[in-house]
Design a protein around this ligand. Structure first.
Ligand code: NDP
Length: 246
């Protein structure tokens, strides 16, 4: 029997990068997966087709994380379709990198809306539908503990907010047997952080392992936390960054 047989997982931002890898990993291990996307419809459809071709079940839901109502609707859609939700992975996120003096209040609303408010909205919509063994896993960033380079103030602030959210919510939902954790990746080769740039060379120079991680590395950790083996881990942040913050 596969680890996530009969389980239902929702991943936000599953059309590309880390979210796509998490979606595929949970589906490969038997979960019925739903994932949201915003712009990448074709990629989302390709992932659904790939999972179905290998005997799994997947549903792509168009839902812009900038719109909390759309996020809430996505959770309700999953519960209506499957009758349950066991794992919520808050992955969708965006990055703004520029000198602080060039920031605007609109930048604040945009990044906090997608990186923080959407996490709150999805978790709130899902909370009453989990039963014991439920899992909320949010993708933060190792930068929450180490703002290693300039021009990252807003992004770092948004990812730090997830620490407090995770700790508080772990206390609130622990009595129902639901775990809540934060996964904090370091440099992972995706569209958001390609491994072939000058910035990437700088980031590599700061890492104990001197290499970017892969989306599958993060998906493996998420799968562990979502599994039965992760049942005693809650209210914490697990950093997966090749020793960047060592
Ligand atoms: P990518 O930019 O490669 O992919 C982002 C994914 O999120 C896409 O599937 C995209 O979907 C989705 N997404 C983005 N904005 C929205 C939105 N408004 N509504 C719905 N979906 C959205 O990013 P990564 O895979 O690299 O990042 C995933 C998470 O990991 C983020 O939270 C990021 O902050 C975090 N992270 C990444 C690191 C890295 O080095 N890559 C390091 C630390 C943390 P679509 O294309 O359909 O809009």
């Amino acid at each position: 029997m596969k680890r996530f047989e009969n389980k239902v997982a929702l991943i936000t931002g599953g059309s590309r990068g880390i979210g796509a890898a998490i979606t595929k990993r949970l589906a490969a291990e038997g979960a019925n997966v739903a994932f949201t996307y915003s712009k990448s419809r074709e990629k989302a459809e390709a992932i659904v087709a790939e999972i179905k071709a290998s005997g799994g079940w997947a549903l792509a839901i168009e839902a812009d994380s900038a719109d909390p109502q759309a996020v809430e609707n996505a959770v309700h859609k999953v519960v209506n379709e499957f009758g349950r939700i066991d794992v919520l992975v808050n992955n969708a996120g965006m990055y703004i990198g520029k000198a602080f003096e060039d920031h605007t209040l609109e930048d604040y609303d945009q990044i906090m809306g997608i990186n923080v408010k959407a996490v709150y909205a999805a978790s709130l919509a899902a909370a009453n539908h989990f039963s014991a063994g439920g899992r909320i896993i949010t993708i933060g960033s190792n930068m929450a503990d180490n703002a290693a380079n300039p021009e990252t103030t807003l992004y770092t602030m948004s990812k730090s907010a997830l620490t407090g959210f995770t700790k508080g919510l772990a206390r609130d939902l622990g009595k129902k047997g639901i775990t809540v954790n934060l996964v904090q990746p370091g440099p992972i080769n995706t569209d958001m952080n390609p491994s072939d740039t000058d910035l990437a060379d700088f980031l590599r120079s700061r890492m104990a392992l001197s290499e970017y991680g892969t989306v599958e590395d993060v998906a493996g950790l998420v799968a562990f936390l979502a599994s039965e083996e992760g049942k005693f881990i809650t209210g914490t942040a697990l950093t997966i960054d090749g020793g960047f913050n060592a």
